[in-house]
Design a protein around this ligand. Structure first.
Ligand code: HEM
Length: 411
């Protein structure tokens, strides 16, 4: 066994403006310096994992627990009491559970994401894409994020959950507040308060929805969850509410970024955009490559459940570990020429949807959305162009995506 080393604490801040604009040079330097580093910048201190093999392995290793919402709440003295509701509402969500609760709830949710369910939604999603594009068809230029990438995922998740007349604007604001808080390693008190009040507003909305679905169930995911609660597969209304809140949130922030940065990347590589026009069958592979190239989720987190040594470092029970998905996806030990976008790349899926028991449940529906959007754009506006030379990235190290994406096309 390797000798235990003193923690390889990073000697300079990781997160600055240059990192937020382009984290990949920093990831490369970290990966080359070693497979594991200690950083004080994340939640009062966390281990960062940089290699593909380690990230993939850790996500399957039961010695690392998914229960980590405390990192957002308990480690922050000033916010401790104030964020109790946040903890109460989020900690029971699938994403943060281990065995035996995780497989019990995942089984219920899997049925709601069955390929047959997704196929049923397909024509409705295609229609929604067409409708959103129609609305900008007569404009010389438009912001793709505002016109398509932001509204589409909300509509899809609300279709899936059986939410009629969704309060789309509210959903997007709630989700933005949550993403800002969760994705900021050292959030301000104001960011924490906004996240909590948005989560409370979301849960009030969901309680009304759940009451309606209890009375008049439909053929949708929310009704399925309500029925699972009645059958004892979901334990109580707090657990039920947590799953709905997580779905409403997880379902759109991430997809928005895939659509936005994916399209930006394609248009910045015109030869690959043209290749897709000639060979639309390459589209599914192109979406997979866009996910690898710029993962919308740049890292996830786990808690160490037992003292252990990893790559010569002593990890203690309770330590937080952040597997850097963004770094793993560009690991040259796993992908040839990892910094090159290649829509014909054929070396397996990336870690953008995670791996192991918590692998993203929404992966198929997200990929379908992206294929429909890019497919319709390629047909409709082959001359689509970026209107801004410099992409405007949101200032969030967890979620990588664009604030705006101005485009032009000949109507
Ligand atoms: C580009 C879009 C998306 C990306 C990049 C993404 C990424 C991820 C990742 C990395 C995980 C695993 C996290 C971990 O292991 O800690 C995850 C889990 C999850 N995702 Fe996604 N996601 C996307 C879209 C969606 C959509 C559209 C939905 C819902 C409709 C969704 C729902 C979930 C849920 C419920 C989990 C938790 C699964 C579990 O814990 O068993 N995601 N996602």
């Amino acid at each position: 066994m390797n000798a235990v080393l003193t923690p390889a604490t990073l000697d300079r801040p990781l997160i600055d403006a240059a990192f937020l604009a382009n984290p990949y040079p920093t990831y490369r330097a970290l990966r080359e310096a070693g497979p594991i580093h200690w950083s004080e910048e994340f939640f009062g201190g966390a281990w960062l994992l940089t290699r593909h093999a380690d990230v993939a392995q850790l996500l399957k290793d039961p010695r690392f627990s998914a229960q980590r919402t405390g990192a957002w709440v308990n480690d922050r003295e000033d916010a401790r009491g104030e964020l109790a509701d946040f903890q109460r509402l989020f900690a029971r969500a699938l994403l943060f559970l281990d065995e035996p609760d995780h497989p019990r709830i995942r089984k219920v949710m899997n049925a709601g994401f069955h390929p047959a369910v997704i196929q049923q939604l397909a024509p409705h999603i295609a229609q929604t894409v067409t409708h959103l594009l129609d609305q900008v068809a007569n404009l010389d230029s438009f912001d793709f994020i505002e016109a398509v990438a932001r509204p589409l995922p909300v509509r899809v998740i609300t279709m899936l959950m059986g939410i009629e007349n969704p309060q789309q604007h509210d959903f997007m604001t709630w989700s933005d507040d949550l993403a800002t808080f969760i994705g900021t390693p050292q959030p301000t008190r104001e960011q924490a308060r906004r996240a909590q009040s948005s989560l409370l507003a979301m849960s009030r909305y969901l309680e009304t929805l759940l009451a309606r679905k209890r009375q008049t169930p439909g053929d949708d995911l929310t009704s399925r969850l309500v029925q699972a609660e009645a059958a004892g597969e979901i334990h109580g209304s707090a657990e039920l509410l947590a799953q709905c809140a997580m779905l409403l949130f997880a379902g759109h922030e991430t997809t928005r970024h895939l659509l936005g940065s994916g399209l930006q990347t394609l248009l910045a590589h015109p030869e690959q955009w043209q290749r897709l026009q000639q060979e639309p069958a390459l589209l599914p592979g192109a979406v997979r490559e866009l996910l690898r190239f710029d993962s919308p989720v740049q890292y996830t987190g786990r808690r160490v459940t037992t003292d252990l040594v990893l790559h010569g470092q002593q990890l203690r029970r309770g330590d937080l570990v952040l597997p850097l998905i963004g770094a793993a996806n560009r690991d040259p030990a796993r992908y040839a020429q990892p910094d090159t976008l290649d829509i014909t790349r054929n070396d397996g899926p990336s870690l953008s949807f995670g791996s192991g028991p918590h692998v993203c449940i929404g992966a198929a529906i997200t990929r379908m959305e992206a294929e429909m959007v890019f497919g319709q754009l390629l047909k409709r506006w082959p001359d689509l162009r970026l209107a801004d030379a410099e992409p405007r990235w949101i200032r969030n190290p967890l979620y990588r995506g664009l604030e705006a994406l101005p485009l032009t096309h000949a109507a």
